[in-house]
Design a protein around this ligand. Structure first.
Ligand code: ZN
Length: 153
């Protein structure tokens, strides 16, 4: 069957960035399973997969707008070290939940200079064009329960 809304798709994939670095891959793991049309995966990939069938392999490039969005400079903030009370050895790459008026947002430390810590709340893949190599392993109709849960089982 062809991939369409309310199908469960199993796919193998390799994700690379513009520089050709592999960012993620299902190689050596179970294929990724998702419910088509439920936004379980990024919209650009969902669009590219529509109409494909088992055995199809293809490459697709997805612009940031249809992947993890563009980067927002206002989501990068400088905060004093004193805001991290109880945390020892603040270092670049550490992740925290920041409390905001919209609820907790994951942020990552991108710079520590003296008493000033720069945190970035952008998704780490925001602003990036993503390149996928995809192999469709299986396509089946979703069960009633999967449709109710809005994800594949
Ligand atoms: Zn469920």
């Amino acid at each position: 069957m062809q991939v369409k809304k309310d199908c469960v798709v199993l796919m193998h994939y390799t994700l690379t960035n513009d520089q050709g670095d592999v960012l993620d891959s299902s190689e050596g793991r179970e294929p990724l399973k998702f419910l088509q049309g439920a936004h379980n995966i990024i919209i650009g990939l969902e669009k590219a997969i529509e109409g494909k069938q088992q055995g199809d392999t293809f490459d697709v490039s997805v612009e940031p707008e249809e992947a993890y969005g563009v980067r927002h400079e206002q989501m990068i903030q400088k905060v004093p070290k004193s805001a991290f009370q109880g945390v020892e050895d603040l270092a670049v790459g550490m992740s925290f939940q920041a409390e905001t008026e919209h609820g907790p947002v994951p942020v990552k430390i991108t710079e520590v200079v003296d008493d000033v810590v720069t945190v970035d709340g952008n998704h780490e893949l925001a602003g990036q064009r993503l390149h996928f190599k995809v192999s469709i392993e299986d396509v089946r109709a979703a069960s009633q329960e999967e449709l109710e849960h809005n994800h594949a089982h």
